[in-house]
Unconditional design. Structure first.
Length: 184
């Protein structure tokens, strides 16, 4: 059983060429399609970026995450859910799923992130590959009470899920863009 501090149930992911994407604002599409480090883009725009860790533990990922990562059922992975903030203003919610083989390849760098953004490590890996991503629309009622207590969400949020590989070993990163990201 997967436990998430973000979702009451697993998001429904769509291919990036889904017709819904064409109805989104150009600014949101720009964030969804960003091919470089989101952390760096946030720093370019907001300067100071901090990470609030909601959960970081070994657990079974969601079913579609298992499928995308080609993992056997009930295989434990490192699951990390965080909020990226600037001056206490939440900007992005993120979920990362890292199988043990990927953790070994990264020589422990991914297990000791603490409050550092994942992008600092991920985009410095010389063997990083990025696979096609998916998008999802999350309705307000699908967020957990943990999220709703930290930042009440009253409108649907869009996010993206990207499969990365380091030296051929996969990991998934899902990022959800909060309205405050577009207010600056």
């Amino acid at each position: 059983m997967s436990h998430s501090r973000l979702f009451q149930r697993e998001p429904h992911w769509l291919h990036t060429n889904h017709a819904a994407r064409k109805t989104l604002s150009l600014e949101l599409q720009s964030w969804l399609r960003e091919s470089e480090s989101l952390t760096q883009r946030l720093r370019n725009q907001w300067q100071t970026i901090t990470v609030q860790v909601l959960i970081e533990c070994q657990q079974s990922p969601f079913l579609t995450e298992q499928c995308v990562l080609k993992l056997p059922k009930h295989r434990y992975t490192l699951v990390r859910e965080v909020i990226l903030l600037s001056n206490q203003q939440p900007l992005i919610l993120a979920r990362t799923v890292i199988p043990s083989a990927t953790l070994k390849i990264a020589q422990g760098n991914l297990t000791r992130l603490g409050t550092r953004p994942l992008g600092e490590i991920l985009f410095s890996a010389p063997s990083l590959e990025r696979k096609p991503l998916e998008i999802a629309r999350i309705e307000p009622h699908l967020w957990t009470t943990t999220v709703q207590q930290i930042l009440p969400i009253t409108t649907p949020l869009w996010g993206r899920r990207t499969k990365y590989s380091i030296a051929g070993q996969p990991m998934l990163v899902s990022e959800f863009f909060l309205p405050s990201l577009f207010e600056k």
